[in-house]
Unconditional design. Structure first.
Ligand SMILES: [Fe+2]
Ligand SMILES: [Fe+2]
Length: 397
């Protein structure tokens, strides 16, 4: 049992320390930070032998954190009606108790195994208490005005922190919802375009995964490492489903024609890259800002049919003048077309597709990326199997 402090001994570590704790508390961004501050710094400020932080949890009081000379009730929950923290929160006022065994608000059986003789319970957020801070003494002690003031300040700061934590969580939830809605819309739009010429929308799921696998493997190699970081790869992954969005503007007689396209039809078909690019640019204009997402989505839509040798479309760009995102998508898109059934062709085996891509290094595709592809071709096959359109269209081993 701790001895009573000598008269005149300072039980705080100074006004600066209090300010520091109050500031830390009010700036906490999570409940765990609030707990840590209570655990590590509150007790010396008050000069108590124990401090607890109690959260209201429905009709229970949850003793969430403590710092004391011997264990109190950390982790336990008591009915609001049955503990001093509950009384303090329900009555919106502090409970200042000099002798706990003389006070009917105290559940004596819960206190008997502890060191506590005197205590103060301070509600957090007086108007609508959501928590309480308890201070405990191992000797009989009537809390002084100064101690009550410090406790009150800590409670006020904790109230600010808890309100902020609530707001931050709400904000995070809203951001997450927006992000999820965005992803779902991108997927829906992407697969809408694909389902017009494919039986299923799995092509968009697969191509975005091939592209990510290729980018993940390429990021450790020059010259790609300078252009590929986690964030860029994540944006490429998210915008990849929009690569063929322009196909919604291609008439069925061209898009669904089983035979060979005439020169005129082929020209119409090729326009899907510009239609897609324009649609995404339009969306970005509406937003009033071209975020990395829109920038890369436009790049991929416009450049995924360019060829390394300059014979592609629409601009006839060559070599690394073609955006990296478009060069990645070109390999992903062609691999998937080769191993899948289309209206105009059967699927070919994975090994044959790998050979075709190998033979196109430096012609249709960036030779450096083809090297990367050859290293991870198994991953492409696994992705194709995992997101197969139906068993018959899976690549043969
Ligand atoms: Fe395309
Ligand atoms: Fe595609």
């Amino acid at each position: 049992m701790q001895a009573k402090p000598e008269p005149g001994r300072s039980y705080t570590t100074g006004a600066e320390e209090i300010e520091e704790r109050v500031l830390q508390l009010s700036m906490a961004r999570g409940l765990d930070e609030v707990f840590a501050i209570v655990r590590e710094g509150a007790r010396p400020l008050i000069g108590a032998d124990g401090v607890t932080f109690i959260l209201r949890d429905g009709d229970k009081c949850h003793y969430a954190e403590e710092d004391a000379i011997s264990p109190l009730w950390k982790g336990m929950r008591f009915p609001m009606q049955n503990c001093v923290s509950g009384w303090s929160m329900l009555n919106r006022q502090p409970a200042i108790i000099e002798d706990i065994y003389a006070d009917p608000r105290v559940p004596h059986e819960a206190y008997r195994p502890t060191f506590v003789k005197s205590m103060v319970m301070m509600p957090v957020r007086r108007d609508d208490p959501v928590a309480a801070i308890g201070a405990y003494w191992s000797y009989r002690h009537l809390a002084t005005e100064a101690e009550l003031r410090i406790l009150q300040r800590l409670a006020n700061a904790a109230a600010v922190a808890i309100t902020n934590v609530g707001l931050i969580n709400e904000l995070k939830r809203a951001q997450q919802e927006t992000e999820q809605a965005k992803d779902a819309i991108i997927m829906a739009l992407g697969s809408l375009a694909e389902t017009r010429d494919n039986e299923t929308g799995n092509h968009v799921l697969r191509t975005q995964r091939y592209v990510r696998a290729l980018a993940d493997a390429a990021r450790h190699r020059a010259p790609y490492s300078a252009q590929l970081d986690d964030e860029t790869i994540a944006v490429i992954f998210k915008s990849a489903p929009l690569h063929d969005i322009g196909k919604v503007g291609i008439p069925d007689r061209v898009l669904l024609k089983p035979g060979r396209l005439s020169a005129r039809e082929y020209a119409i078909m090729k326009s899907h890259v510009e239609i897609g690019h324009a649609a995404i640019a339009n969306a970005a204009r509406h937003l009033g800002a071209c975020t990395p997402f829109f920038e890369i989505a436009q790049e991929i839509a416009l450049s995924h049919h360019e060829r390394w040798d300059g014979a592609g479309y629409p601009q006839g760009l060559a070599g690394d003048a073609i955006p990296l995102s478009g060069r990645l998508m070109a390999i992903a898109d062609v691999y998937d077309a080769l191993v899948s059934v289309r209206v105009y062709k059967d699927a070919i085996p994975h090994a044959d597709a790998v050979e075709i891509i190998r033979s196109e290094a430096g012609r249709q595709f960036d030779p450096g990326l083809v090297d990367v592809f050859l290293e991870i071709a198994d991953e492409f096959e696994a992705i194709h199997r995992r997101f197969a359109d139906d068993p018959e269209t899976r690549p043969r081993a």
